[in-house]
Design a protein around this ligand. Structure first.
Ligand code: HEC
Length: 187
């Protein structure tokens, strides 16, 4: 069969998979702004210490993974989640109250690639470093997400369209369910 016909019959290459340098650094997922939007946080902090600079964060996921989550309540291999942090601005243009988003303060990525990473997932941070090397497993990213995140080390309890799906499919982590049931609630 002529090569042209063979390649025409092949399915198109999946669009939004993670790609790496030969040294294992993650290439920036440059198309994430066209992905599925999960949530926004504003000035979220995780300790009782007074909050520092208040940032907006938005979470995006590759649409292929979102489609699987809708069907199953959990993430497939090659899920890529992006947390974009932007500063909160005030009093620009016609704005007199409230906040709007300013410049980028950081881009953090959580990737599920089970053949590559111990525990299935790894974190990367794109600041000055691009492509980004994996954040070491000793970092608190891993321990907080493993101990407190509702589904498969991701913070689905803060993604309002996904939490009911996880409940329906019974995919909430045992730790999250126990914390929800505790008198003080939350996790
Ligand atoms: C003390 C707990 C805590 C620590 C430590 C932490 N995170 Fe998170 N992370 C969160 C919470 C809560 C969210 C949900 C944010 C939202 O709702 O907007 C989140 C969401 C994320 C997401 C979106 C995808 C997902 O897994 O839900 C990424 C990417 C991410 N964090 C990266 C990191 C990186 C990189 C580090 C380490 C440098 C880190 N996080 C450390 C609590 C934590």
């Amino acid at each position: 069969m002529p090569a042209l016909l063979v390649s025409a019959a092949e399915p198109p290459a999946p669009a939004n998979l993670p790609t790496y340098t030969p040294q294992g650094a993650l290439n920036m997922p440059t198309r994430y702004r066209t992905w599925t939007y999960l949530s926004s946080g504003f000035g979220m902090s995780y300790s009782d210490a007074p909050a520092g600079t208040q940032l907006f964060d938005k979470v995006f996921v590759n649409p292929e993974a979102y489609a699987v989550f809708e069907r199953t309540g959990t993430w497939p291999d090659k899920t890529v989640m992006v947390l974009e942090l932007r500063g909160a601005e005030q009093n620009g243009s016609i704005n007199k109250g409230g906040h709007f988003q300013g410049g980028v303060h950081g881009i953090e990525v959580h990737v599920k690639d089970t053949a590559r990473f111990e525990g299935g997932w790894a974190f990367f941070s794109f600041g000055s470093e691009m492509p980004a090397t994996m954040i070491p497993r000793s970092a608190n990213c891993y321990s907080c997400h493993e101990q407190h995140a509702a589904v498969d080390t991701t913070f689905v309890q803060f993604y309002p369209t996904l939490l009911p799906i996880a409940r329906t499919h019974n995919t909430l982590s045992p730790a999250y369910r126990a914390a929800e049931a505790a008198p003080t609630g939350g996790n």
